[in-house]
Design a protein around this ligand. Structure first.
Ligand code: 16G
Ligand code: ZN
Length: 529
């Protein structure tokens, strides 16, 4: 393999004196520190593609919900999954290596992974709307080309769109056309089909979309044109006046539990917010008492799971590995109880980070996974798809509609990764069929008061949580203290975990009353300190 071009072009992308680590969301930090990382991730994507027999690998330049001056990059594996965990260490090493050691570092990956270097590499790249994303993306491309890889540039796209393109290319179009038009057609056609099955005379009130002043606004507007006869979407925070993620977007709404700036909200308006790269969505509304109410990832998971369960029951379809929901420790206790006890749908708790939820969801025939922050999707096993397809042939008249709805619901799901646009259409489908408002959706269960805080510590890695992050294994005294205080309050729960994206420890507390929650949170935060 010829590394001379890498050496030459590498001179234009010197590594600053920074410790880079590939974390839950890839690399993420101030944009002006990231140029060398971008070039190098282009190189790594080439090696990854060669290692996967030339399958296309995605590289997405985005810092999602972070402030505008930040940026980031992550790799997408052939079937739309996040980069395989065992390769994260290669990413870290390559980003970390000095300029002079870079080529050696690449060669080490080639030999360690036994890569056939004669394979032609294919890489697809995309970026969010941040101003500097264009320059950073061009460094990624230069990296790809320096190692002789073929690069397909999709320009400004949402993160889930890029995952979709990668999947389509590697499955020879069986998942859909690897173009933006293909993306919009796939999901809008499925939505229109569902609308017709449910009742073409039915309507749902217009949705007010907070686009976080980012790519979600641009793409949400395009999507709304495809489905304009069926669902009206008014786009706010479309980037023409405001700043990306500033005072708006899904992360702002979820963290602050308040409405974003730039959206006029009347009582019972159906509102929703995407994050900066449109892979998360939360709904919200103002209730009849004029109070802001959030419908987060837990509410979305419950809504979708109950819809699927209802249709499976009507259709008489039984699945070996069943329907299940995957949440993280952040899921509101009320949602977990509601799913387990009222709906009879099993819940698994996974470690924070989409790849962990996705992995656990694979153990069900239909796995609905969502983080409370609005990041998630549904995945269906081949067995589930086959059962639904064969049920279509034998269904009685009463069952037929449910089966058809289920099969169109599968087409409406972006199974490759959580996707704000596809998730929005799934939610809208359920609201449409049930003819309910946000307020009645919210009535399914009542969230327990909860508080999420961060504590800055000297070394956050001292805290070692267990597998699902509900308890601390080390230091043991810390867990003992948490256990003692949790016992003092009804329905209380609290856990701490080191953040994977910031240099802080996160403290989560929930209890029956807001007062108890505040006390619990303050106490546990002091224990961490
Ligand atoms: C990353 C994760 C997100 C998770 C967050 C937790 C992906 C694509 N993104 O942004 O799902 O909620 O990290 O951050 O997996 P934290 O570790 O700082 O709490
Ligand atoms: Zn995001």
């Amino acid at each position: 393999m010829d590394f001379t071009v890498v050496t030459k072009n590498g001179l234009n992308h010197p590594k600053p004196d920074i410790k880079f680590t590939y974390g839950t969301a890839g690399f993420r930090m101030k944009a002006d520190l990231l140029d060398s990382v971008m070039f190098r991730m282009g190189l790594l994507a080439v090696l990854r593609s060669k290692c996967k027999e030339g399958k296309s690998i995605g590289v997405m330049v985005t810092a999602s919900h972070n402030p505008e001056p930040d940026n980031g990059v992550k790799l997408v594996d052939p079937y739309g999954e996040m980069l395989e965990q065992s390769w994260e260490k290669h990413a870290t090493k390559i980003a970390q290596s000095s300029d002079t050691d870079l080529v050696q570092c690449l060669q080490d990956v080639v030999s360690e992974e036994n890569i056939n270097t004669s394979v032609t590499a294919n890489v697809v790249v995309g970026m969010d709307t941040r101003l500097v994303s264009t320059a950073l993306l061009s460094s990624v491309r230069e990296g790809v080309e320096s190692l002789g890889g073929q690069c397909k540039d999709y320009g400004v796209v949402s993160t889930p769109q890029l995952h979709y393109f990668v999947t389509c290319i590697n499955t020879n179009g069986s998942y859909g056309e690897p173009t933006e038009e293909g993306y919009f057609k796939k999901f809008s056609n499925a939505f229109i089909k569902l609308h017709n099955l449910i009742g073409s005379n039915l309507t749902t009130r217009p949705s007010k979309l907070d686009g976080a002043n980012g790519v979600g606004a641009l793409k949400g507007r395009v999507l709304s044109k495809y489905i304009s006869e069926y669902l009206k979407i008014d786009v706010f925070n479309d980037g023409t006046n405001g700043i990306l993620n500033k005072g708006c977007g899904a992360d702002f709404v979820k963290t602050n539990q308040k409405a974003p700036a730039g959206i006029e909200m009347e009582v019972n308006d159906k509102c929703l917010a995407y994050d900066g790269d449109a892979d998360r969505v939360v709904y919200f509304y103002k209730n009849s008492e004029n109070k802001f109410k959030l419908l987060d990832g837990d509410k979305i998971a419950t809504l979708i799971a109950s819809f699927i369960k209802e249709k499976l029951d009507i259709a008489g379809i039984q699945l070996d590995k069943g329907l299940g929901v995957v949440q993280t420790a952040y899921a509101n206790g009320s949602s977990t109880n509601y799913l387990n006890d009222k709906m009879g749908v099993p819940v698994t708790i996974a470690k924070t980070g989409v790849k962990h939820l996705h992995h656990k969801a694979l153990s069900y025939d239909i796995g609905v996974y969502f983080e409370a922050n609005g990041h998630g999707t549904v995945i269906y096993s081949d067995n589930a798809k086959a059962r639904i397809a064969s049920a279509a042939k034998t269904a009685t008249n009463d069952q037929k509609r449910a089966v058809e709805i289920l099969s169109a619901f599968i087409d409406l799901t972006n199974e490759t990764v959580g996707d704000a646009m596809s998730d929005m259409l799934l939610v809208e489908t359920v609201l449409l069929e049930r003819q309910i408002t946000c307020e009645s959706w919210d009535r399914e269960y009542t969230d327990l008061p909860n508080k999420l805080s961060k504590v800055a510590v000297k070394d956050r890695r001292v805290i070692q949580p267990n597998e699902d992050e509900t308890r601390v294994l080390q230091p043991t005294e810390l867990q003992d203290k948490i256990d003692q205080v949790v016992k003092l309050f009804p329905k209380a729960r609290s856990f701490v975990r080191p953040s994977g994206t910031e240099d802080v420890v996160r403290v989560y507390a929930e209890a029956e009353t807001a007062e108890a929650t505040a006390k619990l949170s303050a106490f546990v935060s002091r224990c961490v300190y």
